[in-house]
Design a protein around this ligand. Sequence first.
Ligand code: AMP
Ligand code: ZN
Length: 482
Amino acid sequence: MGLSLYDTMSREKRVFEPADPKRVTMYVCGPTVYNHAHIGNFRAAVVFDLLYRVLRHQFGADHVVYARNFTDIDDKIIKASNETGQAISEITKKYADIYKQETAAFGVLAPTLEPRATGHIGEMISLVERLVADGFAYEAEGHVLFAVDRYKDYGKLSNVNRDEMLAGARVEVAPYKESPADFVLWKPSKAEEPGWESPWGRGRPGWHLECSAMIEKTLGETIDIHGGGQDLRFPHHENEIAQSACAHHGAPLARFWVHNGFLKMGSDKMSKSLGNVVLPRDLLKKWWGEDLRFALLSAHYRQPLEWTEELLEQSKRQLDRFYRVLAEAPDVPAAKPPQSIILALDDDLNTPEAIAGLHELRDIAAQMEGEAKVRAIASLKAAGNLMGFFEQDPEVRLKRIITSRTNTGSVNVVQGGDTVVATGVLEVVPGLTEANIDALIAERAAARKAKNFARADEIRDDLAARGVIIEDGPQGATWRRG
Ligand code: AMP
Ligand code: ZN
């Protein structure tokens, strides 16, 4: 039957059928690049990466176009530039690069397209011109505003009513607005602020406009899937819908609207304003990116997820158990993903069920012998790969063969004799290199052979105290870091 997705607009789970299976289009609102993203911001990156992988699997890797933008012009960026004295372009390049590196460490594939708002100012102006010409927008004191009353379906996605819309500080009240709910498409820039020439004077785009223009340019008038965090439903997505539908003679902006739930600290949303944020860059000093990805996918994407140390420890422990089985046939290529995993993911990305399925596959593989074991491991690997897991070398992961650190949140590890950069940074016990451990294990084997069990046990206990676990097997002792 294929993938079903919960569509926020129709409020039901529906079978996903793209307009053109040869060109499936997805757009996700990306970060505003003026500082470090927090792990809550990364939930969307990881969830929509999973959806991207599932779509590529169903429709073919060449038939999915995924665009995720960078908002690189925004009042928060201007403020950061004023505060730090750094040029806007320097700030946005720096944080966009960091975002790409850090999401890659989480196993997030690069989207097909990564449009930047400042690269699409012409398209934004053209969109506003059409809205003004058709009477959906009006100019007032150098601003261009969208007249919400002229779009009859306004509010359908989030179901906000007029009173809620106007309550609180979420809608900016300004004297030049015809109605307080009207929102800014274009605003004037002061001499010292960044700006572009336009029919309404020198100015800059409003945030909502940026996404509508980039979607139109990169993907088309109606896309298959539009995604983002659930807080973006109103006003951001309502405004994108209004702008795009009115510029496109009523054509809907997206056929499916997909929203992920919040990451929480205790009972609060993780957010900069509450000051309870945890940064991927700090987490990557202690955990593999894959542990963090596993943690983010451990709950269903529409449910809230509480971020705790316990969740991270559990995620690491579970992945280590998978890798201990994968290490038994490290070079076997992934087979086809088994149906159980595909069915779970096809059910609105049911990751808890998919992860339970991975555990079952692991138990089967662990019990098998010989060729059957190799086949079971190939199947387990394929199942994990579909979700963006098990892409590390089991040896590297379990032994943490780290040679040096880079200052960008990655480590150099030795793999097959070559030094490669791995994702994730882990603390290693100083002075306890792979060679040291191998030497101690050889010494222990010699001590056992000589029946010097006291020394053999001493070595084992000493290594255990330093986080190295020895496992005696039929082929001798192997080790991993705990
Ligand atoms: P903000 O940093 O609040 O401007 O949010 C930027 C993006 O991250 C938006 O798309 C939000 O939906 C998302 N976001 C912010 N905080 C969280 C959170 N705690 N959990 C999930 N998504 C979040
Ligand atoms: Zn957007």
